[in-house]
Write a protein that binds this ligand. Sequence first.
Ligand SMILES: Nc1ncnc2c1ncn2[C@@H]1O[C@H](COP(=O)(O)OP(=O)(O)OP(=O)(O)O)[C@@H](O)[C@H]1O
Length: 269
Amino acid sequence: MHQTTDATTSAVGFDHVFKAFVSQGRRGEPVLALQDVAFEARAGEFVSLVGPSGCGKSTCLNLLAGLDTPSDGTVSHRGSPVRGVNTAVGYITQDDNLLPWRSLRGNVELSLEFRGVPRRERRERAQELIDLVGLGGFEEHYPHELSGGMRKRGGIIRTLVYDSDVVLMDEPFGPLDAQTRVILQAELLKLWHRARPTVLFVTHDLVEAIALSDRILVFTANPGRVKREYTVDIPRPRDPFHIHDAPGFAELYDALWDDIRAEIGQAAR
Ligand SMILES: Nc1ncnc2c1ncn2[C@@H]1O[C@H](COP(=O)(O)OP(=O)(O)OP(=O)(O)O)[C@@H](O)[C@H]1O
């Protein structure tokens, strides 16, 4: 289902990317959000972006989705510069964005419907994911009849059902309670293993970043650039419930936290 990305082409590339916003509130002075951001993500890689608030993590995702354009440098997807809205990537934000007038099944089938996938295939693909995240039996429920965690699952599988080769996730579990978050992290890993898209995942939760990622990019305080990258060597499949016990977890957590603490200190100065 994925478009192929050969070994020499990164799935996602940021090449010396700058982004300035002209903000009305600051008498037209530009705000530099990104300053020389450079990184790549390989096909099938799970990469988290972490860093202090306002360091430009969401801006990176928006550039890749083509919702914004870089002021300088190039953002590429499968080796081609992103020009205009990039509908080939999946984008999951904090809000579940389920349509209130559609059932869970209707919501999950939506992106397949837009792409003209025949009804029977839509049904099968949606059902597979509905079952995989334990929502079997709730297919005909409307969003207001589902819990926050169930709606969140619905929003995630609605994006993943299309099998995009790149999926952007911006603090997808932000508003959920701690227990539901960990359950959903485990489910996300199951979904990711099923189709292995490249994921760019924005989070403030370092434990979550370690549990999910192959690599973690730490951004500097505003203006954001990649300060350091960490490879997460914890073997897969991983168990987010017991990730604290994994060898190397504590050292990695401390190193990440030291880096981020230094940046928060910079930002406060
Ligand atoms: N559309 C916009 N217009 C003006 N400034 C913007 C716009 N979008 C983002 N910014 C500014 O760019 C900088 C980076 O914002 P961004 O939302 O990417 O940061 P972030 O790291 O995702 O923050 P958080 O962790 O708080 O969500 C901030 O200073 C923000 O105010």
